[in-house]
Write a protein that binds this ligand. Structure first.
Ligand code: PLP
Length: 404
């Protein structure tokens, strides 16, 4: 297995202004919107007590997003909330008045007309946008990168969206979707990454992810009697990781858990940005061949990077084999622990944790994060088996990537 690379965050913390995007008020607004859906239910927080004992830490909890709205991934939380906020802006209605029942009513549809929501996706975000468009009676056009797995394409097509696989990588698809949205009357880009001049919608998306962070925070407090000391969170463009880090930073201030950002080593743009240590973004280009499809993004979100460089403690870059270990550890638990079905991108943090606790060469990371018998660890399994064939290849047949 290729080695895990990591770096502690040595960029000095900012003044904290950016965490305000994830303030409790902003997250509560997103959560109220999600709670208005008939499909809404909190996803479970799995307690892995036996695994915690095995590693010699106090707690390990895994937020299992495979149960989110029946869509097998957390992503719908972001797209749906950003779309609702667009509809509020478009109709001039106050955002808090737009519940699921209001948006889906024939009167509202008459008022709003049809918007076309464009998005680029490796799978989960586009599925969430397509599902939300169907639920909210709007149109979705989704672009997917070269090499997309058929099952992920079909899941989006089934939601009634117009969907294509492009001869481009993820970042190229983002640019094409942005162009198409601009050229289409009532076209809106719902993209889960920010760049200079495109920051409002990605911020709404992050606030939507706040629903998951707030649920996990409350569930953790109730189950462990204290909040987490450590969070391991995966990143593609970094919106998710920044949403989680920002939520905890805003809520707990200096006492916030130490956040470690976990990326695929083929797409480790945030790790490279941290390593460069000058506060600026670094990018990764090309095909980014990794089975962690959700993490195969080579250009960090500008908004996310501002939060992560201020609030993350460490950045790790992990090979496919680490995600495969995470899938197996969660899928074949120790006696007494519940099973968590976690896909390639979902299991990357569990894989890093396992290697960090069992491999000698990662002892310095353990020390840097001050992991000890009192540590209370929170992981997010952000997807279930979204590529079921590859899930079986990894978990049953022991492969470490796509078709190895
Ligand atoms: C399952 C899963 N986990 C994590 C991520 C990473 O989210 P972000 O791109 O906001 O960093 C994605 C992105 O698509 C994903 O699909």
């Amino acid at each position: 297995m290729d080695a895990v690379k990591w770096t502690a965050n040595s960029i000095s913390a900012a003044d904290g202004a950016d965490a305000r995007i994830m303030s409790r008020v902003n997250v509560a607004a997103a959560r109220c919107f999600h709670q208005s859906f008939p499909q809404y239910a909190e996803t479970p927080l799995a307690a892995l007590n036996a695994l915690a004992g095995f590693y010699g830490v106090k707690n390990i909890f895994v937020k299992d997003e495979s149960f989110r709205f029946g869509l097998n991934a957390f992503k719908v939380l972001g797209g749906s909330y950003a779309m609702a906020r667009c509809l509020a802006d478009f109709t001039g209605r106050p955002a808090e008045s737009l519940t699921y029942d209001v948006i889906t009513s024939p009167e509202f549809r008459k008022e709003s007309g049809e918007l076309t929501f464009f998005s680029a996706t490796d799978g989960n975000h586009g599925r969430g946008v397509a599902w939300s468009a169907r639920m909210l009676k709007q149109k979705a056009v989704i672009l997917m990168p070269k090499g997309t797995q058929r099952s992920r394409f079909e899941n989006i097509r089934k939601e009634g969206a117009e969907v294509t696989i492009e001869d481009l990588n993820y970042d190229g698809c983002v640019r094409k979707a942005a162009k198409k949205a601009k050229e289409t009357p009532n076209g809106v880009l719902i993209q889960d990454t920010a760049w200079d001049g495109y920051e409002e919608i990605p911020s709404r998306i992050m606030q939507g992810y706040g629903t998951m962070a707030a649920e996990a925070d409350e569930q953790f407090l109730e189950a462990a009697g204290a909040f987490p000391t450590h969070v391991f969170i995966q990143a593609g463009v970094g919106s998710l990781a920044a949403a989680v880090a920002g939520y905890f930073a805003d809520k707990y201030g200096a006492a916030a858990p130490r956040v470690t950002v976990v990326e695929a080593d083929q797409a480790d743009c945030i790790y490279r940005s941290a390593l460069a240590n000058d506060g600026s973004i670094r990018t990764v280009g090309g095909a980014m061949h990794t089975m962690m499809a959700g993490l195969a993004c080579g250009e960090p979100s500008t908004t996310a990077w501002r939060i992560l460089k201020a609030y993350a403690s460490a950045f790790a870059s992990v090979p496919d084999a680490a995600a495969a270990v995470g899938m197996r550890v969660l899928g074949a638990p120790l006696p007494g622990d519940p099973r968590v079905i976690s896909g390639e991108s979902g299991a990357a943090p569990a894989g890093l944790l396992h290697l960090m606790m069992t491999e000698k060469y990662l002892e310095p990371l353990r020390r840097a994060l001050d992991i000890n018998k009192y540590s209370r660890i929170l992981l997010f399994s952000t997807e279930g088996a979204t590529d079921p064939e590859n899930y079986r290849r990894v978990v049953w047949e022991g492969t470490d990537g796509y078709g190895d």
